[in-house]
Design a protein around this ligand. Sequence first.
Ligand SMILES: *[C@@H]1O[C@H](CO)[C@@H](O)[C@H](O)[C@H]1NC(C)=O
Ligand SMILES: *[C@@H]1O[C@H](CO)[C@@H](O)[C@H](O)[C@H]1NC(C)=O
Ligand SMILES: *[C@@H]1O[C@H](CO)[C@@H](O)[C@H](O)[C@H]1NC(C)=O
Ligand SMILES: *[C@@H]1O[C@H](CO)[C@@H](O)[C@H](O)[C@H]1NC(C)=O
Ligand SMILES: *[C@@H]1O[C@H](CO)[C@@H](O)[C@H](O)[C@H]1NC(C)=O
Ligand SMILES: *[C@@H]1O[C@H](CO)[C@@H](O)[C@H](O)[C@H]1NC(C)=O
Ligand SMILES: [Zn+2]
Length: 933
Amino acid sequence: MNWVLLFALILFLGFATTSSDLNYNYYRLPAALRPQKYHLNILTLLDNPEESRFNGTVKILIEVLDNTKNITLHSKDLIIDESQTTLTHVNSGEKKDNCVSSTAVNPAHDYYILNTCQELLPGNIYELNLYFSADLKTQLEGYYRSSYEDAVANETRWITITQFEPASARLAFPCFDEPNYKAPFVVTLGHHKKFTSLSNMPVKETKPHESLTDYVWTEFEESVPMSTYLVAYSINDFSHKPSTLPNGVPFRTWARPNAIDQCDYTAEFGPKVLQYYEELFGIKFPLPKIDQFAVPDFEYGAMENWGLVVYSETTLLVSETHSSLNSKMNVAGAVAHELAHQWFGNLVTMKWWTDLWLNEGFATYVASLGVAQIHPELDYLEMDFFQNLHTIFQRDAMESSHPISRPIQTVKEINENFDDISYEKGSSVIRMMHLFLGDETFRSGLKTYLRRYKYKNAEQDNLWESLTQAAHENDALPKNYEVKTIMDSWTLQTGYPVINVTRDYASGTAELTQARYLLNSDVSRSHHEGCWWVPLSYTTQAKLDFNNTSPEDWLECSKEGRSQPKTINNLPGADQWVIFNTKLSAPYKVNYDSQNWKLLIETLNSEHFESIHVVNRAQLIEDVFSLAWTGEQDYETALGVMEYLHRERELLPLRAAFEKLTTLRRLVRRTPNFGYYKRYINKLIAPLYQELNGINDTFGSIQSQNVLLLKTELVDFACMTQVSDCVSRSKDYFREWRSVANPDETNPVPIEVRGTVYCTAIKHGSDEDWEFLWTRYLKTNVAADRDTILLSLTCTQNERLLQRQLDMIFDPKGDIRMQDAAATFDSVAANGEGWLLAKKYLVENLDHIYKYFYPVTASLAQLLPSLSDKVNTRQDYNEFKDFLDSSWEYLKDIKQAVQQTKENMLISVQWQERNYQQFFRAIRQKLNEVDEK
Ligand SMILES: *[C@@H]1O[C@H](CO)[C@@H](O)[C@H](O)[C@H]1NC(C)=O
Ligand SMILES: *[C@@H]1O[C@H](CO)[C@@H](O)[C@H](O)[C@H]1NC(C)=O
Ligand SMILES: *[C@@H]1O[C@H](CO)[C@@H](O)[C@H](O)[C@H]1NC(C)=O
Ligand SMILES: *[C@@H]1O[C@H](CO)[C@@H](O)[C@H](O)[C@H]1NC(C)=O
Ligand SMILES: *[C@@H]1O[C@H](CO)[C@@H](O)[C@H](O)[C@H]1NC(C)=O
Ligand SMILES: *[C@@H]1O[C@H](CO)[C@@H](O)[C@H](O)[C@H]1NC(C)=O
Ligand SMILES: [Zn+2]
């Protein structure tokens, strides 16, 4: 394959370089050296986009800790001009030349090894100078270029930006590219004077380039010590919107000039949340300025580079005339997340990628506190943690899941670690800890930890130690409990438990046991073993105390990690229910004996259903449907819980129901019984649809943001399941839009439901409808709008149009940006008609797609979810599994995603074989009951 050529592009100049000097083949750099400071000069030549390049020098001051005869650091795809390399001993003023006798590379770990003439001795400081250059590519990592269209001048404009996390600083300059090698950086950028340059720190001075006309050098202030993955810089012609906090640091928001009016929201929100964190963490934001920057082409949602936070446009920009409340909330969540990293991640950094979750789980959790603080009008905390739990209840119920904290050896493994487990499960277990420790202990332990490790690196045990200390000082935990014991059971072990509550109504007791919840029901019982320290909060029908989320008791584990059954006393009689896990304070599911379920169903189907807290109503739906999936409950009970839903007016329980019902719809859509499903859904949600005026534009008169979100999600579900007038009204809206004089300026479709209306209209519409929307895609200036339109276009049922879209996705010169390619493909595959086409396309073009993404092959993982979601027969399963197995050459970098894909298909097949008949028996019974009433 031709990509091998790209791999080790090192120019051999000066002295002998070998690639076989592999006596050091460990995945971590040798510990003999430590970088003390970097001086980085980068010259960017962007005049001719197709031939754009950068070159530079890096001067690294290196402290010797142990005798060594080599300097080993990271460098990838850089051309190093070895004739210019110098190595000087710089202790105490006097400079003495050492030299480099030979160099070598180790491509497996991206090592560049300089063998020194004389041994380097402990205590000494060396200055290493390296000259390097590389092409400025459009791949979304390292130092790369991105573009936007200047509509007025009718020209493409180019800018540059960096994306270094986790291991791509080495693509931009030679460095010790591991998070524990923190050092200050002095960055100097050379560029044409028409550009602005940005980096982590403020500009110190600008001076003319010594030889290139119209070029300047912009030098930035020396940074605080930081990890290489947080270094960032950009050359651009963007505009910015300043905002300053009272007593705060300068805070600027950057975007291409024609999108600067979309920066208002985040320019206001960002500084507010930054100030909230200063109070929460008890440490001032440590840098003298902060910029947030929206790049047209970006692989991730955002990146927390210290002082220069980078976002994709969709993640930072908000348009008053185009952005829905949902997309505004996503922006708020993302900004709050990145700014939380300025402390959690940037100031205190994980020692190694094994503890990535400390960065990501914390940023995810703390972000929800931040958004909730600034937007009290939304029930953001509840919505966010419920969504997180919902995600991990699914993902972590797979055998192919993994512990939050796990060994990491390769860059591929680091990449795989940026997943639901690090983010959502990480956040969920931190929330659990916050609730069982109490707010005061949580905050004081956190502050101690941040103060103790600032500008340094830490691992999870360091955090547990600070929190245990605070917990014992505040009597928040029994003296014989340690945070480490409890949390290790959640972070070092895959999965989460289901707690079995079996009540003895005569004695007023309950027997509690735990076992791992697994979706794959073929797995032998031994895989369900495991023990978690479970904080037990509960309430009863008489007490109704859902506010108390601190544990009444614990399910404990023995020293050997075996689970100890627990008996709970003083429970009420046979006419009253109990509910465990109040407000879902920890990530576990609960199953009850049939009498307790019966009591719960009675209350839910009575006038008093709201006496059960809204989060626990959502929990009951979530849990009972999961238990029905694995056969631990029956669908009669599950539908019994669901039955009250026509009365429900709160978002979370309805959201839980929509999610469960959407999954089931996927499984039964192409079966003879689908008609029963549709009738059932109609009965369940038509009343609420009418009450909220369906998709009709009554959004302006809705006071509560929660109701607004509820209406939006209800309408989306209703159009998908073709309830009431949802489809016809969507087509009306779309027709109206098509008939306005200037559709790019006037859009009669209500902002909140544009995605739903576009998708529904395209699904039930004509070729002309599709062409109309495609033209809007090409013309819109709002990134979030572009995304909505692009994904709506995949809703068509016309095979020719779907095929056309597939052909456009992986065309480097086409109108779909690389950052959107995988999501667009996934969306085609999620379409009933698109699935076969997408599957065929992937099978026939995997080689092309691989090359298209290379070297960011992790993107391939995003092509698989919808393809596997739709598989639910043994035959399809075997076929797709064979394809995955035979494509190992391309898929080896996404091993984890491939395993998850296989398992996801398998559990759907199992559902068909085990539950299909039973599910419809229960549905038909419910339909008859309702008909009789
Ligand atoms: C970078 O390129 C410029 C322009 O071609 C050249 O003048 C300069 O010497 C190069 N710098 C390095 C460090 O290679
Ligand atoms: C470089 O030096 C370190 C420390 O002395 C040693 O462990 C390592 O094997 C050396 N690397 C090579 C490629 O010789
Ligand atoms: C913009 O430029 C392209 C080619 O450079 C040309 O084909 C197109 O007609 C121009 N558009 C306008 C509106 O001038
Ligand atoms: C629980 O907390 C809410 C909000 O803080 C309060 O309105 C409610 O009265 C509390 N309920 C009980 C039973 O204490
Ligand atoms: C849970 O309890 C029920 C009896 O109520 C029992 O049949 C079942 O096997 C238990 N499950 C687990 C995982 O312990
Ligand atoms: C939506 O509005 C139309 C026209 O005013 C009306 O006929 C229809 O009943 C409304 N639908 C709902 C669900 O309120
Ligand atoms: Zn993050």
